[in-house]
Design a protein around this ligand. Structure first.
Ligand code: BES
Ligand code: ZN
Length: 622
């Protein structure tokens, strides 16, 4: 442990506030979070105010974090999570006194506990002057060339799972919530957007003020800075994007307002004020991130035909499952994602009908089957309840939480009927709003509120097998889609040499095409791909989900006409879900490995640390 500063105990007396004391009994202990050093049951951050200056020249954020804290009777040390932060000074407010602090030694991916002595049993304020460093893995700084407009730099943050600690000192566990506000200074002319309502802005001076009045976990604090324009869709929804991307984005998300209404009609009032979507440059590592008030989204969902908007339904659904009721720690990740996939498909069912939602369910089930196959040598990773202690949660979280979680919730719905299930879910979000949830708390709530009244025993229902046992329980239902029947017929015909008929395919949505591409036969030849390409122009498709499937086949089969498209896609797209499987497929052969290494050299500057790290690990393990 390194002590940076020592001060006399007398200073304490000066800065302990006289606000009412909170005793430890009013702060029930949280279950331990294996990915946070914080001890919120002793000293808890109630509110964080960030004063930030974003400097594109040095690629750093210079910040002051003012933390409003409450210490229990036995709490004499505020413990914060930090990683690669440069902590310059820790002080009290008025009168300003420098405070002693220490930083524990750094642990892989967890970073360093920052320890600050505080007065026991009191509320007080701590100011931390700090700057980010090159090791701020949450941040991606983009050069103008990496943006759509090519004239202005761009910055965005990605906090989930445990990256927020790399850009501000915080109690970085999903089970720990605080309200926050921020004053952000950016270069004049650029705009700052944060995951809250924007209260005031002086764009000419580059000053922005944000306030989040609801307590949220640190992973949901996000910032983006760039040449951003805004266009409302209706009174409470709208789109942020670079001006060059704005009209395309607004067209794609025209139904945003209807989506929020559909969600509210299912599970209760949207509680976050506005719902906006921010379309980021293509290096954004995820499809979407559910930052409150402003979903951050990849531009790869701008297909031009609104066919990929279920991703927005997903991020919107997180406004209930995840942001309102939050997984207590990352071992309970399925409570965030499984519920959100379920909710997303219910929104899409409301907007587009059951047949549409059934297609999503079948595609999701295919993903689940592939993931189960991938993980067959590590069955523990296929339980819904995870044990991620000692692991980087970003490596341990996979499709299982999403699609196995979804299947479990469909099963419960089937057991009790949709009406009771919907009433239960609405009550669940209400009763636990702005709180965190463990799998075990969920199970006891489920048992008391839904199963027992319906005469179902939790123990014999099989639900615990889904949660605590690997794989899918025997007899698990397999979803089906009526609209995919035509696709399957076309696939059978294709295997015996007949191309799908244009009269059939003109009616196909991108989901049908996805099913078609996924269903192409093993042993597909380059000649067959050429015929398909000539008829349906997959190499040129503007739908990135389809392009991805097509490029996967191209790598498997060695279909040279798609080479340029593959390289272009890999160099410019940072979405890990697409990038990683393509690299995995490439490195299966010696020639592919060399090609992959060459492409990675060209593309890595465009990847966020999350994607870059995953791809680099692939090279390291080969
Ligand atoms: N919250 C996730 C993204 C995430 C998960 C970030 C884990 C970091 C760690 C987000 O809601 C999500 O699931 N995005 C998906 C899209 C969704 C439709 C399945 C994605 O990015 O592909
Ligand atoms: Zn999600």
């Amino acid at each position: 442990m390194k002590i940076h500063l020592l001060i006399g105990l007398a200073a304490f007396a000066l800065w302990s506030c006289s606000q009412p004391k909170e005793t430890s009994s009013s702060m029930p202990p949280l279950p331990a979070d294996p990915h946070s050093f914080a001890q919120p049951d002793r000293v808890k951050v109630k509110h964080t105010h960030l004063d930030l200056k974003v400097d594109f020249q040095t690629r750093t954020i210079q910040g002051t974090a003012r933390l409003d804290i409450t210490a229990a009777e036995n709490g004499d040390t505020l413990v914060l999570d930090t990683r690669n932060l440069n902590i310059q000074k820790v002080r009290t407010g008025n009168p300003a006194k420098e405070l002693a602090f220490s930083l524990d030694s750094a642990q892989p991916f967890l970073g360093q506990a920052l320890r600050i002595p505080v007065p026991k049993g009191a509320s007080s304020q701590v100011f931390i002057d700090y700057s980010t460093t090159e090791g701020a893995d949450a941040l991606q700084w983009l050069e103008p060339e990496q943006t759509a407009g090519k004239k202005h730099p761009f910055l965005f943050t990605q906090g989930q799972a445990i990256l927020s600690r790399t850009w501000f000192p915080c109690q970085d566990g999903p089970g720990i919530r605080f309200t926050w506000s921020a004053d952000v200074q950016v270069p004049a002319g650029l705009k700052a957007v944060m995951s809250s309502e924007n209260r005031t802005a002086d764009t000419a001076a580059g000053k922005f003020h944000f306030e989040m009045p609801h307590p949220v976990p640190a992973y949901l604090v996000a910032l983006s800075v760039g040449n951003l324009a805004f266009q409302p869709i209706d009174a409470r929804t709208g789109v942020f994007a670079e001006p060059e991307m704005l009209s395309k984005s607004v067209y794609e998300f025209a139904d945003l307002g209807k989506m929020v209404e559909a969600a509210e009609s299912l599970y209760g009032t949207y509680r976050w004020g506005r719902y906006n979507v921010l379309v980021l440059p293509p290096s954004f590592p995820f499809g979407g991130m559910e930052n409150p008030c402003v979903t951050f989204a990849t531009p790869t969902i701008l297909a031009g035909d609104r066919s990929l908007v279920s991703l927005i339904a997903h991020e919107l659904a997180h406004s209930w499952s995840g942001n309102l009721v939050t997984n207590s720690n990352w071992n309970d990740f399925w409570l965030n994602e499984g519920f959100t996939v379920y909710f997303e498909r219910r929104i899409m069912e409301k907007l587009e009908g059951k047949e549409y939602a059934d297609m999503l369910a079948v595609i999701g089930y295919q993903d689940l089957t592939l993931t189960l196959e991938d993980l067959k040598n590590e069955p523990q990773s296929t339980c819904l309840k995870l044990n991620l202690a000692g692991k980087d949660p970003d490596d341990g979280m996979n499709d299982i939480a999403y699609e196995k979680g979804y299947r479990l919730l469909c099963l419960i719905e089937k057991q009790v009927g949709r009406e009771k299930w919907d009433a239960f879910l609405k009550g669940y979000f209400d009763a636990h709003a702005f709180q965190s949830m463990t799998t075990e708390d969920f199970l006891s709530y489920l048992e008391a509120q839904l199963l027992k009244p319906a005469g179902i025993s939790l123990e014999t229902s099989g639900i615990k097998d889904w949660i605590y046992k690997p794989g899918l329980p025997a007899g698990a239902e397999v979803p089906v889609s009526a609209r995919f029947e035509a696709v399957e017929k076309a696939l059978t015909a294709f295997s015996s040499g007949t191309l799908p008929q244009k009269e059939t395919t003109t009616k196909w949505s991108s989901h049908e095409w996805l099913h078609f591409l996924r269903g192409l036969p093993d042993g597909l030849s380059s000649a067959q791909m050429k015929i398909l390409d000539e008829s349906f122009h997959f190499t040129q498709t503007g739908n990135n989900e389809l392009l991805f499937e097509w490029l996967m086949w191209s790598v498997k089969v060695g279909y040279a006409p798609a080479d340029a498209a593959l390289e272009n896609f890999l160099i410019h797209t940072g979405r890990r879900k697409f990038v990683l499987p393509l690299y995995k497929e490439l490195v299966k052969t010696e020639a592919g490995k060399q090609r992959a290494a060459r492409i990675f050299e060209l593309g890595k500057a465009n990847y966020h640390s999350v994607t870059r790290g995953s791809v680099a690990a692939l090279f390291a393990s080969k």
